[in-house]
Ligand binder design. Structure first.
Ligand SMILES: Cc1cc2nc3c(=O)[nH]c(=O)nc-3n(C[C@H](O)[C@H](O)[C@H](O)COP(=O)(O)OP(=O)(O)OC[C@H]3O[C@@H](n4cnc5c(N)ncnc54)[C@H](O)[C@@H]3O)c2cc1C
Length: 415
């Protein structure tokens, strides 16, 4: 028997589930195929579990420095199994919530691997599904690199690291993108000896150069060892891991996290099928995936040059638009405000960081923020950029005091 649907979606990560829910909102019949867990990487092995562990790490760090705020907690301890249990509970709760939303909204979910046969046909569980429109949202998985193969014991990727049962005494993190940087912060906060190894000349290679440099300072202050411009040649696994670098050095650590990027799933494309989310190989972020889903299902377009990048941890890092190193000298204006210039940062004991805004002809062309609440701050800039709100217009806006947003307001006067 053939089943018939308006939309067939393969993959239930942010791209797939958003497309499914929005499809139902439009009154269309929707079938969603998932071979693993509903919610995809983001909910089960990505954004959500990492941020849940990160929150414990940040809280631990904050309590330890509580003395300065008049809070004495001399015997603070980490119960790592509880940290990981709570992370699992958060994931399970959100997954169950999502499963319920899909069910209540009338999405038909098929727990099976699906194969797209042609632009209107999906095969799963030996059944054929005929769909007016097919959306492939099959996502990505950690990249495996020769010499750095994971073993689920000593050498782990972003999936395996979520199953740790103890905090390693030492960990080497290969790659300083968002995933590597977040885990470096987590382990450093938990007291592990952390080494970050980066092939590029700067940490967070996709960030503005001044952000990269400041992150390096922050890492050094947290006693994170940094190796830049070096390649990992091989990892010998004995009692510990011995990581041979291209500069001849050998680093020893208990565990290794390989965070060197992601490969897309099911890269063979079928004509007439819409590919969204990580699988389309553009910007591998959950909010990009869900916006693409809304664009396809609801026809609401979005500006793909105005997608925020955020790296979580203390302090948050966020950016949008152009980086200073890509601009020609003299072709732009720049204003940088130190976070320590904002009253609220002193109240919060969070004075590290800056807000840097780049503009041209009174239009903001990029912003790079290191600050508590940076992820929310960048959103204000994006709203201005997307709506062509000029620097002069923004100066007319009243920002609340004391807030970090005031930093944006103050920075405008340097442009
Ligand atoms: C450690 C980590 C932290 C991250 N943190 C953030 C963050 O803070 N913010 C952010 O925006 N992004 C973050 N990301 C990236 C984010 O998780 C991805 O961009 C997002 O999950 C992509 O969504 P997607 O729907 O395209 O695919 P995925 O979430 O990868 O989902 C794809 C789904 O398709 C299923 N599937 C694949 N093939 C088939 C098939 N043939 N049949 C049936 N099902 C199939 C898979 O099982 C999977 O569940 C992080 C990623 C990682 C790994």
């Amino acid at each position: 028997m053939n089943y018939k649907f308006d939309i067939g979606i393969v993959g239930s990560g942010p791209a797939g589930y958003t497309a499914a829910l929005h499809g139902r909102r439009r009154g269309l019949s929707v079938v969603l195929f998932e071979k693993s867990e509903i919610g995809g990487v983001c909910l089960n092995r990505g954004c959500i579990p990492t941020k849940a562990v990160l929150h414990s790490a940040e809280l631990y760090e904050e309590i330890k420095s509580g003395d300065i705020l008049g809070i004495k907690a001399p015997d603070v301890q980490i119960d790592f199994s509880k940290v990981m249990d709570r992370k699992n509970q958060v994931v399970t709760k959100l997954r169950k919530g999502l499963e319920l939303s899909l069910k209540n909204s009338g999405v038909v979910t098929v727990n099976s691997e699906a194969k797209i046969k042609d632009k209107n046909t999906i095969e799963a569980n030996g059944q054929i599904y005929i769909c007016n429109q097919i959306i492939a949202a099959t996502g990505s998985e950690p990249k495996s690199i020769k010499g750095m193969e994971t073993d689920n014991d000593k050498v782990l990727n972003s999936d395996g690291i979520l199953n740790l049962t103890t905090i390693p005494k030492s960990i080497a993190i290969i790659g300083s993108g968002a995933i590597g940087t977040e885990w470096a912060r987590i382990f450093a906060a938990f007291g592990a000896e952390v080494t970050v190894i980066e092939l590029a000349d700067n940490l967070l290679p996709l960030a503005d150069i001044e952000v990269s440099k400041r992150v390096e300072r922050i890492f050094k202050a947290k006693k994170i060892r940094i190796y830049k411009s070096v390649r990992v040649e091989k990892i010998d696994r004995e009692n510990t891991c011995k990581i041979k670098l291209s500069n001849g050095e050998i680093i020893e650590s208990d565990k290794v996290l390989v965070a060197v990027g992601r490969s897309i799933n099911n890269s063979e494309k079928v004509d007439g099928v819409e590919y969204i989310g990580d699988v389309c190989g553009e910007i591998m972020l959950a909010h990009y995936a869900s916006k693409q889903a809304i664009e396809i299902v609801d026809g609401i377009k979005f500006d793909k040059t105005l997608v925020p990048s955020v790296v979580y941890g203390n302090p948050e890092i966020a950016w949008v638009g152009q980086r200073e190193q890509d601009l020609e000298e003299g072709s732009y204006k720049k204003s940088t405000l130190l976070i320590s210039a904002i009253g609220k940062s002193h109240c919060d004991n969070a004075t590290d960081g800056f807000i840097k805004i780049l503009s041209r002809d009174s239009k903001i062309i990029g912003a790079h923020i290191i600050s508590k609440e940076a992820a929310s701050l960048i959103q204000q800039i994006i709203i201005a950029m997307q709506n062509n709100i000029t620097v002069e217009d923004l100066k007319e806006v009243c920002f609340a005091h004391p807030t970090y947003s005031e930093g944006i307001f103050e920075a405008l006067f340097g442009l």
